[in-house]
Ligand binder design. Structure first.
Ligand code: LFR
Length: 483
């Protein structure tokens, strides 16, 4: 057979999905077998992931994948969060959600032991309150952490339940702020100075490594035909998505859009200068030892959270927003005030009022404010990345769910003054599949992966506006807001 059948489990902040793909040297098609919502739950004041419900969704998805043989399965998901296991392998409590506020003020205390500059010079990871490092410091002294034998990042936890095997996948581990992206190994000195026990992490594995086989019980539950190998993929969803950027040249920037916008460059070595730290750029690891040099931008979360308040449909909002004059009010899409769940329209209104700008009065106006602000944040990230990494790009690839948002893509092209190539929307799942296909020897390297994507996926090109007045307006807006 020239192509094989794969399953990709891809867990996002608002939904999880199980996708089934046929992939080979000339084939790449993907269909959704099952999608399930990911709804965080607050108990006793702490925001959690409902991990058993997600796992049940994964099993439903594998059942829906059909009983034809699967060559392998791969799992990717969001970064930084983890579950703890006791010595018997039982989960100790539900994983805490990165939007929980338990890490407030923790980083500032950690920096008294290891200064922020030193921490960045080693780990290259941008400051975010939820980095695994700060979560572990927040949990220090808890009975739960004291009882823990193993720590598993979320995709690694699901892999463990499916196969019984323990491992720590490297691309995701690079988001813990405990890895040195220059060596691809743990920053042992940082960990020991901060009192973090690296022994909690099972051995590192890399994309393409085997991760065991589905346990007999799971084969029974899902009607899958044995044996079904699980392959380690780039288990950080953003790493999988970057692997699936359909670039045809070297000089590209990417924006992985979903709940977050992760905007930046693919490099061969980390950039850990002071300037880079001050600009809050991160050096996460990608496949083949590449570095994902990017900035985390609050992303479509701002809009998703508004939609929860409004219960209006997105299509209508985007149509109305497209007709509203550009750049009337802008917010800083990186402002930590927007991180936690809650009344988003009100927080945006407050931010506009506090900066003396017109306060959006309707959902469509708020939507426009969000999309303009996001496009501007994309521009700033891509400009800064080029300057800090001393590289230049001539195209911006938008992948992930936001690739379907034509208004956001056009505004991003206008703001950046560069063509935007949008798609694939299911980049994380495709990157997941392609790494599995490569592990089977069906595809040679990441360049072939990208060429296959460019040949097989439907992509949409957005040219920046040629209108000099509009270009000037974006330049002025960029000076007005810091993001
Ligand atoms: C995107 C993502 C980002 C990470 C954030 C939190 O889904 O993985 O890369 O910063 O979620 O884990």
């Amino acid at each position: 057979r020239s192509h094989h059948r794969f399953a990709a489990i891809d867990l996002g902040a608002s939904s999880g999905r199980v996708m089934v793909a046929h992939a080979g040297p000339d084939t790449l098609d993907l269909r959704e077998a099952h999608r399930f919502t990911n709804r965080p739950v607050r108990t006793a004041g702490t925001l959690h992931w409902d991990i058993l419900s997600l796992y049940a969704g994964v099993l439903d998805g594998l059942r829906a994948a059909g009983s034809a043989p699967l060559t392998s399965i791969g799992i990717d998901g969001w970064a930084v969060d983890y579950g703890l296991l006791d010595a018997d392998g039982n989960l100790l409590g539900n994983p805490v959600h990165y939007r929980d506020t338990r890490t407030e003020g923790i980083a500032a205390r950690a920096w008294k032991t290891v200064p922020a500059t030193e921490l960045y010079a080693t780990t290259g990871v941008q400051y975010a309150p939820f980095n695994t490092l700060y979560q572990l410091l927040a949990a220090r002294g808890s009975a739960q952490l004291a009882a823990a034998k193993h720590l598993l990042l979320v995709p690694d936890l699901l892999t463990y339940w499916l196969t019984g095997e323990l491992g720590t996948e490297l691309t995701n581990a690079s988001t813990t702020q405990l890895i040195d992206p220059g060596t691809g190994d743990w920053s042992r000195e940082v960990a020991s100075r901060l009192g973090i026990d690296l022994g909690l992490f099972p051995p590192l594995r890399r994309p393409g490594d085997p991760a065991g086989h589905l346990l007999p019980q799971i084969l029974d539950d899902t009607n899958l035909t044995s044996p079904v190998p699980v392959t380690t993929v780039a288990s950080h969803d953003t790493a999988s998505a970057v692997a699936a950027v359909p670039a045809t040249t070297e000089n590209f920037a990417y924006i992985c859009t979903g709940t977050w916008s992760l905007a930046g460059l693919e490099l061969t070595a980390p950039v850990r200068t002071e300037e880079s730290r001050e600009a809050n750029f991160t050096n996460e690891l990608g496949i083949d030892g590449t570095v994902r040099y990017l900035r985390n931008i609050m992303g479509l979360w701002l809009l998703q959270e508004c939609l929860r308040t409004w219960s209006t449909d997105l299509e209508t909002l985007l149509r109305e927003a497209a007709g509203i004059p550009a750049l009337r009010s802008l917010v800083d899409a990186a402002d930590p005030a927007f991180l936690a769940p809650g009344d988003m329209p009100q927080r945006i209104a407050r931010a506009c009022a506090a900066t003396g700008q017109p306060v959006p009065g309707t959902p469509a106006e708020t939507t426009r404010c969000i999309l303009d602000s996001l496009a501007l944040a994309h521009r700033r990230a891509i400009e800064d990345a080029q300057r800090l990494a001393d590289r230049s790009v001539d195209v911006v690839h938008v992948v992930g769910g936001g690739a379907r948002n034509a208004l956001l893509c056009q505004l991003t092209a206008d703001a950046c003054g560069l063509p935007v190539v949008a798609g694939p929307a299911e980049a994380a799942a495709l990157g997941n599949v392609l790494v599995q296909a490569r592990a089977q020897g069906l595809i040679r390297d990441r360049h072939e992966m990208r060429a296959l994507l460019a040949r097989t996926q439907q992509l949409t090109r957005y040219e920046p506006t040629g209108d000099p007045a509009r270009r000037t307006a974006w330049d002025e807006a960029a000076r007005r807001v810091t993001a």
